[in-house]
Design a protein around this ligand. Structure first.
Ligand code: ZN
Length: 111
């Protein structure tokens, strides 16, 4: 690999490290929407227009954990979940870069 290409990859790696540092709170899992009736026979939900309820769902070691979010916490949880997905994308790109650098023997021991 050319030295210039190596330098580009190393620069990109520095950018990705900064992006990881700047990521906000993160959470694995996803916001799920369930439709429910409230029990009031006069409510629109009794006529089929069910209420949307938001929960957060995550699986760990084969078990699914679910928490109720409600309207106020739903966008926050969604953001946390997006941050997690952004982290995974960064990890993926770092993996490709490090494989290229290793292949080109362009890495030094780093901590
Ligand atoms: Zn209702």
């Amino acid at each position: 690999m050319h030295k210039r290409k190596t330098q580009q990859l190393k620069n990109r790696m520095r950018t990705l490290k900064r992006r990881i540092a700047a990521l906000g709170p993160l959470m694995r899992g996803s916001v799920v929407e369930l439709k429910a009736t409230c029990g009031n026979p006069n409510c629109r939900c009794a006529r089929g227009q069910k209420h949307k309820k938001h929960y957060y769902s995550m699986s760990q070691k084969g078990k699914t954990k679910v928490i109720y979010l409600g309207r106020a916490r739903e966008p926050i949880a969604r953001q946390y979940s997006e941050n997690y997905r952004a982290l995974l994308e960064i990890v993926e790109e770092m993996t490709m870069i490090n494989m290229e650098l290793l292949k080109a023997d362009a890495v030094r021991k780093e901590r």
